[in-house]
Ligand binder design. Structure first.
Ligand SMILES: [Zn+2]
Length: 257
């Protein structure tokens, strides 16, 4: 391949290369201030092309080629830097998006857990008087009950003991209930009803929402009773006679008695 000449992108053709020495001469003459008539005879021998500005242009060609090279290199560098910056920006944006998605996931999970905890709390059932016990059982016979048998259970409770709703629901009755004395009836979220009788005081009113364990009154001996206790009933409806076994009802809802 010796007979071929590498032709670089900005390589000057050989012909122009030969003009460089003469161009240097012109530059030297003009640089020394010898111009006009003095320079003319010397230049007269030169080929016309050398005097018509081609040579200086060619001379400049070296610089232009260098400039083009430098410019191309600079452009290449700038493009590379721009691409790098773009890639960095994209990576940063992706990282930001990932972090935001992660944060959103954590937030959503926390929210879900909080909702679940609240749902569990509202679905939970508790004893109407924590730590107390059933002193008179369900269906116990006796003259004291108008129906002839006990329609609920009695929890042992001294006068003034806090009484709480066994679950979440809405108060449907709060006040005097005849033989039940001061009473509260709550419609539970599952559609059943619970009743709390012989209260010395009532702390809720009809229409009020209550949560499991919320205090609704204090135990007492109002109504048809021989002593202070809490009469507790569970019913399938608000009507008298739709009573359920209260202990079985509470146990079915997870309460230990
Ligand atoms: Zn009772």
């Amino acid at each position: 391949m010796a007979f071929t000449r590498a032709t670089g992108k900005h390589r000057r053709p050989g012909r122009i290369h030969r003009g460089t020495a003469r161009a240097a001469g012109v530059a030297a003459l003009t640089g020394s201030g010898v111009v006009g008539s003095l320079a003319a005879p010397a230049l007269a021998a030169e080929p016309a092309a050398a005097q018509t500005g081609i040579t200086p242009v060619v001379t400049l060609g070296d610089t232009v080629a260098d400039r083009i090279d430098a410019q191309a290199a600079a452009q290449h560098e700038a493009a590379r830097e721009a691409a790098e910056a773009e890639a960095r920006k994209a990576a940063e944006e992706a990282a930001r998006e990932k972090a935001a998605k992660e944060a959103e996931k954590v937030r959503a999970e926390k929210e879900r857990a909080a909702r679940e905890a609240e749902r569990e709390r509202l679905n939970a059932f508790v004893s109407p008087i924590p730590g107390s016990y059933v002193s008179t059982g369900y269906k116990t016979g006796g003259a004291v009950w108008s129906s002839g048998s006990h329609t609920g259970v009695d929890f042992h409770a001294a006068n003034g003991t806090p009484v709480q709703s066994v679950g979440a629901g809405t108060v449907v009755e709060a006040g005097w209930g005849g033989a039940y004395g001061n009473q509260v009836v709550i419609k539970m979220h599952d559609g059943t009803y619970t009743q709390y009788g012989h209260l010395s005081s009532v702390n809720v009113s009809a229409g009020q929402q209550v949560t499991p364990g919320q205090q609704i009154g204090l135990s007492g001996s109002t109504g048809n009773v021989t002593g202070a206790h809490l009469h507790f009933e569970a019913r399938t409806s608000a009507d008298y006679g739709s009573d359920l076994d209260p202990v079985a009802y509470l146990r079915a809802h997870g309460v230990s008695l």
